[in-house]
Every structure is written in C-alpha cells, then in structure tokens.
Design a protein around this ligand. Structure first.
Ligand code: GLC
Length: 476
C-alpha cells in the first residue's frame, strides 16, 4: 500500500509539539515491504534541512487566487528517518525560521496543500490513501473530492487525524477564490459559522476522522470547541486511536541524550545519577523529590496555573521539594515563572525555550512530572515519562485519562479532576507522601516502565483502518 502522510511538522525535521513526534514516528512503524510510506511537510528553514542532503523531484508553480508561487518538492536522499521524506519548498512563504504564527499562515498552509496535491496529481503512481493531520492539511479532503483539477485523485480515500481540535484553520469567504476552481454547489461543505473552517470541511469530506485518544473523541462531541454538533453528526465515521511513542528514541537504556542510561533493573541508581546531574545544571537539591513540567506554556495545557502552584507548593513544602519548568509560549507566563526565581532559588528553576535534549534529561532526572492540562487530546509526555520511570501527575482529561490511572486504584500515576491550583497541590502532597515509601514508589515506576505504548501495535490499527476505508470505497 502506498501511504501519504501530510502535515505541518515532523520530528526531527521541524517540531513545535507532539504533532511532530507522531508524524515522525507513525510512518516509520508503518513502513514495511508491503507499505511504502511517504511524509510531506513544508520546507522551513530548519537545521535538519541545512544538514541533510535532498534532491529535487518536482518543481512547478502553484496558483493561490491571483498569486502565483514557484515551488519545488525536495526528497531526503537517504531515507534516514525510516520513510520517504518530502519537503515542499515555497520560498516566499516558508523560508522562515518559525513554523507558525505568521500573519499569512492561511495563505502559507493553503499554498502548501495546493502544491502537494498538484505534485501528487502529476506523479505516475497514485497513492492508496492520503492521511492528513490537523487543520493545516484539512482542506485536502475537500479539494480531492470536488476540485476538477484533482480529478485523478478522486478515488483515493482520505483520513483526517485531529491532534488538536481547538485550532481549526478558519478564514473568511473573501478568500474563497484562493481555492482551485470547483462547482459552487459544494461550497456548503467548507462552511461552519459563516466562515470557511478547514477542520469542519475535513470532518465533512474525509472518509474517516480519527482523534488521538478515545476519551478526546468523547470530549469533543460535548465540549466547547464550536464543532460539537458537527462531530456528533459524523460520529459514525469517527474513532479514537491512542497515539503511540517511538520506543527507539525514548529508551532510557540507550538514549544518547541522557547522562546515565538505566533499565528497570538499575532504575534506583540510574535515576538518582541523572537527577544529580540535572540538579547540578539547575542549582537544585538532588536529595529532595524533583517535580518537573515540560511543554508549551499555554492555557489549554493548564500552564497558567503553574506560577501559583510553584508559589503555593514551595511556600508550604520549601525544604522538601524541587520544581523545574521547561517551556515557552505565553510571554506573560514566561515572565511570571522567571520572576519566581529570586524567591525560590535552590528549590526552583525555569528554562524558557524548547530544547529536545534537555527534555530527555529532565524525563530521566525527575521523580514526578506535572501535566495539569485543561485539554489534552492525547499527550505524549506522560508516556515518555513513564518509560523513564518518572511518575505522571495528571488531570483526568483526554488521552491523560486513557493512559494514567491513580496509584490508589492500582495504577501508574497520580490523578486529579479539576484544573485548579488546589487539586494540583493536593496531588503534590500525595506525591511527597509517596516519595517517602520507596517500595511503593519503585513498584509504580516499574509499572510505568513496563507499560507498552509502542507504535508497533497502534500503527497496525491505522493500517487496518486504511484497508477498511479502501474496501468501503470499492463497495460504494
Ligand atoms: C497535540 C495535542 C497532544 C497530542 C499531540 C500528538 O499536540 O495537544 O495532546 O499528544 O498533538 O497527537
């Protein structure tokens, strides 16, 4: 089967969040002698692009309304990621240092989708399935279905995976002319809330819709992302498939980014050594439990609660714990977190930024990881943490709910229900008590390390789904 994954990020080529980890790992696990897997993302100005060799396999000119943009498709020569990687180079729109947050993001990602379809249409073979990820590629199912220009692709089933339903790629009908020509009778397929809504269009037009965890699928049918009724209407073609993790990259026994490799057998010693190293980097005390937070500093991640949590926990348990925060995002929050440094130096530190290597070191060296998300479609941090014997403290939501069970219910972590400072501090208190009981804490760590969240089985679930939608297409 020939599978195309199309998205905005792919680790290690270009990463902002978990989307990159999924697009960098799932295709690798799907690749086999039977499955040729190709990943297509835009060509940003990233280190990976500069340090690797590419060949140009296509060039053309894409039309976005009245604009014409030259583009080329670059293939990474060695297939070093375990699949074929293609970068769509549209210099005017993507030759920039960041992935998102430009004023012309709508133009950028729409151009990317048009260029990708132009290229795929012109190839000699056509794929068996097109798997789109998030709103940046969510107009592909519509264009595939209704734009005569892509007639050749019409029979190819499309799948949309929703990694984050809060971002929907919404724009005004003033920009309708950006889309390649189609019969206006179909315009309603693009509309939601009087705007063009890319994600809504994909929910309507794709053959199947997946979310990255079963609980998140239930939540988006009910919670306020504005698309609830649409999700309900298309529930029959939706399913939640829990993400996996790349167990080759996330392996405490082999990870080249951490100071001391360790396995279940050597966890006590291994973890302590990594913790000592991490604490030395951040002026913390390795004899105390270390709580970390790793992620983007946004409201949906519950990061707005962190300054108060740090203040409250370190005032109450000053001599008992360390807290380390790695992240960036909301500038106001970054400032608040940095501000606390002077007050709690020695017990607290914060690293503003994104640093993959430091994240690995932090998973390895921490005892507990705080994941207080308000919304968490899947969440990979809890899975990475467990793999490194770090106990997750999570709010029961989305994928966190599907992967972490409270230790008092014979589980692998600590859970609370509300996105509130009180609930998080309550969990911290329980963690401090747990930390004193070496036997139980070791059991929980080992349980986490033994949990199998590999893509191996999950990637097959997607292959089965592709087969199912291909069969359905033939039948109809
Ligand atoms: C998004 C979601 C996160 C999920 C990731 C990968 O970043 O917010 O919950 O784990 O995508 O699917």
């Amino acid at each position: 089967m020939e599978i195309f994954h199309i998205g905005a990020e792919c680790y290690p080529v270009a990463k902002v969040g978990g989307l990159a980890d999924v697009i960098g790992a799932l295709p690798k696990y799907q690749s086999s002698t039977e499955n040729q897997v190709r990943v297509v993302i835009p060509c940003y100005q990233t280190v990976f692009r500069l340090e690797n060799d590419f060949e140009c396999v296509h060039w053309g000119k894409l039309k976005l309304g009245n604009f014409n943009f030259p583009f080329s498709v670059l293939k990474e020569i060695s297939n070093k990621l375990g699949f074929e990687l293609y970068l769509v180079e549209i210099p005017e729109l993507f030759d920039r240092p960041n992935i998102y947050n430009y004023r012309d993001d709508i133009e950028r990602f729409l151009s990317f989708q048009i260029a990708t379809l132009d290229w795929i249409t012109g190839r000699s073979s056509i794929p068996d399935i097109i798997h789109c990820h998030d709103h940046h590629t969510a107009l592909i199912p519509f264009m595939n279905k209704y734009c005569p220009k892509y007639e050749k692709l019409r029979e190819i089933p499309t799948l949309i995976t929703i990694h984050n339903g809060l971002y929907q790629g919404i724009f005004s009908f003033n920009k309708l002319y950006y889309l390649p020509e189609f019969d206006l009778i179909h315009v309603k397929e693009l509309e939601w809330g009087n705007c063009i809504n890319s994600l809504a269009a994909a929910i309507k037009c794709a053959d199947e819709v997946t979310t990255v965890s079963p609980s998140y699928l239930n939540e988006i049918n009910n919670s306020n992302n504005g698309l609830e009724t649409l999700f309900q209407q298309f529930r029959h073609k939706s399913r939640g498939i829990l993400n996996g993790i790349d167990i080759d990259v996330w392996d405490s026994n082999k990870d080249p980014m951490i100071e001391n490799n360790y396995s279940i057998e050597t966890i006590a010693d291994g973890k302590q050594k990594n913790k000592e190293y991490l604490c030395s980097l951040f002026n913390l005390d390795a004899s105390k439990p270390l709580f970390c937070f790793i992620g983007r500093l946004y409201y949906e991640k519950g990061a707005d609660l962190l300054p108060e949590v740090v203040l409250s926990a370190l005032t109450t348990y000053k001599e008992e714990i360390n807290i380390l925060i790695l992240g960036h995002g909301d500038v106001e929050l970054e400032n608040q977190l940095s501000h606390l440094l002077s007050e709690f130096s020695g017990n607290y530190n914060v690293y503003i930024g994104y640093n993959e290597e430091l994240a690995h070191k932090t998973y390895a060296g921490s005892d507990f990881i705080l994941i207080p998300s308000r919304v968490e479609p899947c969440g990979l941090n809890q899975m990475y943490a467990m793999r490194y014997g770090t106990i997750p403290i999570v709010r029961r939501t989305g994928g966190l709910k599907d992967t972490v069970v409270d230790f008092e219910d014979n589980g692998n972590g600590i859970c609370h229900d509300n996105a509130s400072v009180e609930d998080i501090c309550d969990s911290i208190q329980r963690a401090i008590d747990l930390y004193k009981n070496k036997e139980i804490i070791d059991q929980i760590r080992i349980k986490g390390m033994n949990t199998n969240h590999s893509w191996e089985t999950v990637s097959q679930e997607y292959i089965e789904l592709y087969n199912l939608i291909i069969t359905k297409r033939y039948e109809s």
